[in-house]
Design a protein around this ligand. Structure first.
Ligand SMILES: [Zn+2]
Length: 122
């Protein structure tokens, strides 16, 4: 297992993700929120993502069923992570926030069909 660090744009918020076999479940989602956000996300169980700085700077956005929890930095507005509606035991996180990541090196990006799930977020 190894740990990678992520930050929002202004670095007010920092988080760590414990990876077992690299970034998993890399995807985009076509729900009404994620399609606007446009982020490429990866998934991790709740116990393997920690906010290490700026938890008080995070804002929470919820909509529709209010099950998914979408966090973003209240200073710079960047989405950092969310607790998934479809798998509440997992966070999705913004791969582009991970330090040193080269998004061009990511292979195939899966698609979550969130739009088909009665308009709820992934
Ligand atoms: Zn920020």
């Amino acid at each position: 297992m190894h740990t990678v660090k992520g930050t929002c744009h202004c670095k007010a918020v920092e988080f760590e993700v414990d990876l077992i076999d690299g970034h998993q479940n890399i995807r985009r989602c076509n729900c009404s929120m994620c399609s606007r956000r446009g982020a490429i996300m990866a998934g991790v169980t709740l116990d393997r993502l920690r906010i290490t700085r700026g938890e008080d700077k995070l804002s929470l956005y919820q909509w529709n069923t209010k099950i998914a929890k979408h966090w973003f930095c209240s200073v710079c507005g960047i989405y950092t992570h969310h607790q998934r509606r479809s798998v509440p035991t997992e966070y999705g996180y913004n791969l582009a926030c991970i330090e040193g990541i080269d998004l061009a090196m990511i292979g195939e990006i899966g698609a979550s069909n969130g739009a088909a799930q009665t308009l709820v977020a992934s």
